[in-house]
Design a protein around this ligand. Sequence first.
Ligand SMILES: [Zn+2]
Length: 308
Amino acid sequence: MGRAIQQFFFKTAFFRPSLAIAPDPRRCYLHPRANAGIMMGLRVRGCKKNIDIQREDREDFMGELIASLQRLQEIELELNRIRKGEEAKLRQISGASRKIVRLDDDLLDLGRTSDQLQRESNALELEVKTREAAVTKHREELLKARTNKDYATILTAINTEKADTSKIEQLALEKLTEVEGFQAQITTREEEKSGIQARQDKVQAALDAYRAETADERERLEQSRKEASTTLPASALSTFTRVADHHEGEALAEVLKIHPKREEYACGGCNMQIPLDSVNTLRSRDEIRFCASCGRIHYLADTQVVRA
Ligand SMILES: [Zn+2]
């Protein structure tokens, strides 16, 4: 900014604060809060510093109820940031637990079926042995046969026994092959399960480390929240909590001036336009007013608040 323009700007800022926004209207859209530094005639580089100045001066400009809610929201958002750091890990852990439960169910079913087939195969093999013993006995009888008729009868019995035995043997073998198939599936599932368990343990360790890292900060914030809550009326606190739960801790939304010259405003939470009379009510009364569209609680940037 040239020196002449700067001087003009500072003068304007001093006598007619609302006009001081005009030289750089983009600020209204990009970062409405940044206007405060300019309007108070302060040339401050960088948004963060601007905001720090506003925070110091906020008490003078704003009603105590809305200011308290803003403090509470800042704490709530910090706590939410910490919680968000846990969320992905918690999701991974519970996802892994669900997969492990499914795999355990599968393993139980596969184990039962495999055991059943193994029992059937064992029974068939036992039957094969019984029939083989019978064949051996028939062979001994064959040697002792006295007539051709006896010999033929015994031979027929042996052949029938052999044919049946062969069928049973085949069936027992098929069942054993099936058992092997099920055992292979069980091995695959078990490997999958131990892989998932190892990953889950790793995420759990990371979660524990994160919790230990953030414990002090969390405790400090929770204490601050407790303190901030005690300054608020119970009804305002319960309203705040309800809206915050609905919007991930973001209960408040700033009223944004969306046109540098016209009195047009929008909700900083949902971008829907806000009627001018609502904005004027906010300027004159320290009370909770909700966005008609998203339900967040509106507050005015320091630049929009009229000093009482
Ligand atoms: Zn809204």
